[in-house]
Design a protein around this ligand. Structure first.
Ligand code: 9WN
Length: 449
């Protein structure tokens, strides 16, 4: 298998090996998650990658975020993929000719020159921008970094809060599993069951050329992903009811087949809203209103998604109510220092309990005892490094130093031993998915600092 970390000299330190991965994945203006499996720029990957890159090159970290934000749509959405024109169309599916952003997305203000997808990913960007600024304030001021990214980040959050509050309770909904970032989580099985899959012969999966089928989503999953994305595209990527009516009345119904309020997506928006408040204050504008909004969102998160019986947050299917599956998404809100004390306490107990305490010390993506658990299949059990990093941060935010140190140790061991794998078996640490994965290497660097 391809391993970009193998370019490091024998016996090289973890720091050097991680830096080599990021160098191998750097394109000149951004970093690909993996040269083979994901050869373009992904939205939340870039945010995590910038957080690590700031320790190697604050300039590259700033550029990473600027490149992504340059592909922002006029309605404020930040697309989940920015396509590289130099990569062959068949290297990744769905490719630009599927999304057709510059034509199908024109009404929503998709850029004319760069090709992108039309869906979004979790808003980690303002948090990343703030951390990148703090790594080298001198360079940041000299380049006008914050002043340039602030209006774009503000428009991004405005898009989510105004256009994506589909449930009317203040939280943001995702309209596709790819938007939430944990593509085949068992949480989506219920809502996805309503979606008629696109026929298997109507598309060609490029992921199976580089990933083992048993580590990836199934063909049935893909059929449903394709159907949802094609319907959203054919409706002009419109979000509100009036927009659907203008684009084409019949599509509103299809898009709403999948609309879910997710704890991790909303917690990341809240963390980023706090970061945006700090950025505003740094630029001389009071950030108080943003902090207050973040607090209101935290209250809505608890009110709509907290489940006392499970001791964690759950996803809410706008058509079917709370989804009774335990996923790491429901632990990510630990990131928020402003959580009610009893909620944080219950999350800590759940994290240590039988559903999530894995032998590697990492956090499985799904309930170890859940009926759908599979140790190797993508977001149905394996441990991922971005979620471990978020939970580690959450543990520190709540004063749990020993637990945070233990998670950090487990993270660094598994990342190094696996060659910076995309994800690992939560009990054995066996490497799965792509080796030399961008955010695994980047967040390793961050935890080493
Ligand atoms: C679809 C790039 C992305 C991550 C997602 C992860 C995976 C894509 C895919 O790879 O999703 O967006 O093709 O499977 O699930 O979280 O951002 O690393």
């Amino acid at each position: 298998a391809y391993d970009s970390s193998s370019t490091a000299p024998p016996g090289a330190s973890l720091h050097v090996r991680a830096a080599r991965v990021l160098a191998a994945n750097w394109t000149g203006t951004s970093t690909v998650p993996s040269r083979y499996l994901y050869p373009h720029q992904w939205s939340w990957d870039s945010a995590f990658i910038a957080i690590g890159l700031r320790h190697l090159s604050p300039l590259r970290a700033q550029t990473e975020l600027e490149t992504l934000l340059a592909a922002q749509w006029e309605d404020g959405r930040v697309p989940h993929i920015v396509f590289s024109p130099s990569v062959p169309l068949d290297a990744y599916f769905p490719s630009p000719d599927f999304w057709r952003s510059s034509t199908a997305g024109r009404a929503a203000g998709a850029p004319r020159t760069v090709q992108t997808s039309g869906i979004v990913q979790p808003p980690v960007h303002a948090l990343a921008a703030w951390l990148v600024h703090r790594a080298d304030p001198g360079l940041s001021w000299a380049r006008g970094f914050l002043a340039r990214v602030y209006p774009r980040l503000a428009a991004w959050h405005r898009y989510l809060l105004r256009r994506r509050d589909l449930g009317g309770g203040g939280l943001v909904s995702v309209v596709h599993p790819w938007e939430q970032g944990m593509d085949n989580s068992p949480c989506w099985d219920g809502p996805l069951a309503r979606v008629t899959p696109a026929p298997a012969h109507s598309f060609r999966r490029a992921d199976l050329a580089h990933g083992a089928p048993e580590d990836r989503p199934t063909d049935l999953d893909y059929g449903r992903y394709v159907c949802l994305a094609a319907d959203y595209r054919d409706g002009g990527y419109a979000d509100s009811d009036e927009e659907f009516a203008v684009a084409d009345g019949q599509y509103g119904r299809h898009v709403r087949e999948f609309a879910v309020e997710d704890p991790s997506f909303n917690a990341l928006l809240i963390a980023s809203e706090h970061a945006l408040a700090r950025i505003a204050a740094e630029l001389g504008t009071p950030g108080t209103a943003r902090h207050a909004r973040a607090e209101r969102l935290t209250a809505a998160l608890v009110e709509r998604l907290w489940d006392d019986a499970s001791g964690m947050f759950l996803c809410r299917d706008l058509r079917g109510g709370l989804i009774r599956e335990r996923s790491v998404s429901g632990l990510v809100p630990l990131l928020l220092p402003g959580l009610p004390r009893e909620v944080a306490g219950a999350l800590l107990r759940t994290l240590r309990g039988p559903h999530f305490a894995a032998r590697t010390g990492l956090v499985p993506s799904y309930d170890l005892r859940g009926p759908a658990f599979e140790p190797n299949r993508y977001w149905r059990g394996p441990a991922w490094f971005n979620t471990a990093w978020l939970v580690e941060r959450g543990l520190r935010a709540h004063g749990e130093k020993a637990a945070a140190d233990a998670l950090r140790t487990g993270f660094l061991r598994a990342a190094g031993d696996s060659g910076f794998a995309e994800y690992v078996d939560p009990d054995t640490g066996e490497a799965c998915g792509a080796p030399g994965f961008g955010w695994t290497a980047a967040l390793t660097l961050d935890l080493l600092h």
